[in-house]
Design a protein around this ligand. Structure first.
Ligand SMILES: *[C@@H]1O[C@H](CO)[C@@H](O)[C@H](O)[C@H]1NC(C)=O
Ligand SMILES: *[C@@H]1O[C@H](CO)[C@@H](O)[C@H](O)[C@H]1NC(C)=O
Ligand SMILES: *[C@@H]1O[C@H](CO)[C@@H](O)[C@H](O)[C@H]1NC(C)=O
Ligand SMILES: *[C@@H]1O[C@H](CO)[C@@H](O)[C@H](O)[C@H]1NC(C)=O
Ligand SMILES: *[C@@H]1O[C@H](CO)[C@@H](O)[C@H](O)[C@H]1NC(C)=O
Ligand SMILES: *[C@@H]1O[C@H](CO)[C@@H](O)[C@H](O)[C@H]1NC(C)=O
Ligand SMILES: *[C@@H]1O[C@H](CO)[C@@H](O)[C@H](O)[C@H]1NC(C)=O
Ligand SMILES: *[C@@H]1O[C@H](CO)[C@@H](O)[C@H](O)[C@H]1NC(C)=O
Ligand SMILES: *[C@@H]1O[C@H](CO)[C@@H](O)[C@H](O)[C@H]1NC(C)=O
Ligand SMILES: *[C@@H]1O[C@H](CO)[C@@H](O)[C@H](O)[C@H]1NC(C)=O
Length: 567
């Protein structure tokens, strides 16, 4: 027993001194009086969610999920620190009565402590439900219920209870800090051409501020929802000093603006930054120019439609701890490769090797990644972003097994993930071209393809892209057609059957890659690399504690401690 409580003490001491826990990026008060605070974070790939509940009481604490908001059918945990020690149980409620202890204990307690009249409980569970007495956590807003008592006698809680609806997995806080204002960056009375695909680019000046401000929320401002396909905002280097407006990628000037700052695509919503970071604006010497790129998708080729779409930026002078920035990773967008027709599932890869960042930046450092947006065009079906360290895959930054071009969004990672300098990130895209009869080349239009992941991270670096492209010289010679024309003809004339598709896909992955890093100005590093293998990360099995009957303290470490103590 002594050993056990010592371990618990050490664990909680260790946790309590961490100021900002990267594993618990989200936080909400569940009650209007701010006596009940829930912090959480999750790992969608492994299928786990972590909670830390802090309640202003030294009595018992209850928390759970309810489909309707009441007790009936609710999935509940009750815990606290009483005169006889800690207690924590997974329960379910049949009605407005004492919740019954579940046969299967599926919540894993990580720490439980009480001090200064506050009880802090940290616990983990599966996102899915493990037995019929637990409720699954979904992508939709869920009703969270809480209750607490003034003593450790678990009895009726009178008015110390409540419900709050929160979307745990798709959480976007709506904070309104003091001195909050907004500005818009939009097209102004732009007449959309009667073309199916058109990219319009406008370089404009951001509002100027005497001192640095932090943008904390970006909202799409779309005036023609049927025409606007996606928006990108890039920051320009100091060499860009003029307003301009033209079709994208036709004037050199605008192409210099490469640092992606904000993205919105069909299906996306508002985007809110975490509380410790903001996108910096103002305070720099001189004006900063931005390029707004709007992709218009006008399949009916309607003429004369006027558009004023863009983005609305909320900012504050109350600076946050870090500057945030966006880094583009993946496959360089270029016509040097093609996806064959008739493929049920064709893979392409883009490699970001952060070991080369010091070649373009003088003060490089690790990236704390908190959000990510994946981007492919119409043939994209899946995107996975693998994370490698020391030659081994350690995680996925994000995975979307059901990628849908119509529903692209900047998604929270669920926890802050550290990409250390030297780590590699591999963006893998899976395409379906089974109904296409011709090659799909890499390119800007929606009928062409891309394979990108935009990483939102802090602290900011002056970095714009970390990408790769297969060495086309090697590719052509491997396919027996060294000249560009011969190769293109061969690609067009090839019989694309399962064997040839598979061979071509393997060649693209096996050959050497040109690995590129671009800073925000003109410094670009060129190196070579190879595409590593991505593995499947098995989801965590259902949580279950080691069976300590009297004391339901069930962290793996504690299980070990108990094991040692009893053997
Ligand atoms: C706890 O709640 C009581 C009563 O609501 C309040 O007076 C007290 O300030 C709260 N303490 C803390 C630390 O929040
Ligand atoms: C845009 O068009 C509207 C309606 O025609 C007009 O009232 C407005 O002045 C125009 N704005 C600019 C900046 O030209
Ligand atoms: C194109 O025209 C069809 C038929 O008139 C209509 O249903 C559809 O909404 C139009 N699409 C766009 C993007 O305007
Ligand atoms: C490019 O990066 C290197 C390495 O940090 C640095 O020494 C050099 O000054 C940079 N060049 C430019 C043009 O910024
Ligand atoms: C291909 O066409 C068939 C028949 O029209 C359709 O059922 C299928 O969903 C299409 N596949 C894709 C990937 O669009
Ligand atoms: C980025 O470059 C600008 C201009 O050289 C400089 O003022 C700024 O400090 C740099 N930012 C970072 C994070 O290094
Ligand atoms: C591509 O590979 C060829 C040999 O196949 C090599 O000569 C060339 O330098 C490589 N290109 C790049 C950009 O690395
Ligand atoms: C291959 O296709 C091209 C068109 O892309 C055509 O001009 C050429 O004649 C074809 N070559 C052969 C060998 O079939
Ligand atoms: C597949 O296509 C290749 C040429 O691209 C051809 O040599 C091969 O015989 C075909 N295989 C089958 C099973 O049809
Ligand atoms: C590849 O094989 C699958 C069955 O394994 C078949 O349905 C499909 O039509 C084949 N595709 C091509 C291009 O031959």
């Amino acid at each position: 027993m002594g050993q056990l409580s010592l371990v618990l003490l050490l664990l909680s001491a260790q946790w309590s001194c961490a100021q900002e826990d990267p594993l618990l990026p989200f936080s909400e008060h569940l009650d209007p009086e701010n006596n009940v605070r829930l912090k959480w974070g999750f790992d969608e790939i492994r299928g786990t969610i972590l909670f830390e509940l802090t309640v202003n009481t030294s009595g018992w604490v209850g928390f759970g999920f309810s489909s309707k908001g009441g007790m009936t059918g609710a999935d509940i945990i009750i815990g606290g620190v009483g005169p006889k020690g800690s207690y924590f149980t997974d329960r379910h409620a049949g009605g407005n009565s004492m919740p019954t202890v579940d046969q299967q204990q599926n919540y894993k307690l990580l720490s439980l402590k009480e001090s200064d009249g506050k009880t802090v409980m940290k616990f983990q569970r599966s996102i899915e439900s493990c037995d019929e007495n637990d409720l699954p956590i979904t992508n939709l807003p869920m009703k969270l219920i809480y209750a607490y008592g003034q003593s450790d006698d678990i009895m009726y809680h009178s008015n110390r209870r409540g419900t709050k609806e929160v979307n745990l997995l798709k959480y976007m806080p709506r904070v309104n800090p003091p001195n909050s204002k907004y500005f818009d960056m939009t097209m102004v009375n732009f007449t959309v051409p009667d073309k199916q695909t058109y990219y319009h680019c406008k370089t404009m000046k951001a509002p100027t501020f005497d001192r640095k401000q932090h943008i904390y929320r970006i909202e799409p401002f779309i005036t023609n929802i049927d025409l606007v396909h996606h928006l990108l905002l890039y920051r320009c280097p100091p060499s860009v000093t003029e307003l301009s407006e033209a079709e994208c990628y036709t004037t050199l000037m605008a192409d210099e603006c490469m640092e992606n700052t904000a993205v919105w695509a069909v299906g996306g919503g508002d985007f809110e930054l975490p509380e410790m970071a903001g996108l910096p604006i103002g305070g720099n010497v001189g004006d900063v120019f931005y390029r707004l790129e709007v992709h218009y998708n006008n399949p009916n080729k309607s003429a004369g439609r006027v558009d004023n779409s863009g983005l609305r930026f909320y900012y504050t002078s109350e600076l946050r701890q870090h500057d945030a920035a966006v880094l583009v990773t993946g496959l360089v967008v270029a016509p040097g490769y093609a996806i064959p027709p008739k493929a049920k599932s064709f893979l392409t890869y883009g490699l970001c090797d952060t070991a080369y960042i010091p070649q373009v930046l003088e003060t490089p450092h690790d990236l704390q990644v908190f959000s990510l947006m994946m981007h492919t065009h119409l043939a994209g079906r899946k995107v996975r972003v693998g994370h490698f360290r020391g030659g081994k895959q350690i995680d996925f930054l994000a995975v979307d097994e059901n990628y849908d071009f119509e529903y692209q969004d900047v998604t929270n990672l669920g926890k802050t993930k550290t990409v250390k300098l030297g780590d590699k990130l591999l963006v893998e895209c899976t395409y379906n071209t089974e109904n296409r009869t011709t090659l799909t080349w890499g390119g800007l239009s929606t009928s062409e393809e891309m394979c990108l992941a935009f990483l939102y991270y802090y602290p900011a670096m002056n970095l714009s892209g970390c990408m790769s492209f297969p060495n086309v010289t090697t590719l052509r010679s491997e396919m027996g057609s060294p000249s560009l024309n011969a190769w293109r003809n061969m690609m067009y004339n090839m019989t694309w059957n399962n064997t040839s598709i598979n061979q071509y896909q393997q060649t693209l992955k096996r050959i050497d890659q040109l690995v590129i890093i671009a800073d925000s100005f003109t410094n670009i590093s060129r190196n070579t690399g190879t595409i590593p293998d991505l593995k499947v990360v098995p989801p965590a099995p259902c949580m279950s504690g080691c069976a300590i009957k009297s004391l339901a303290l069930i962290s793996p470490l504690l299980c070990l401690a108990v094991h040692w103590a009893s053997s």
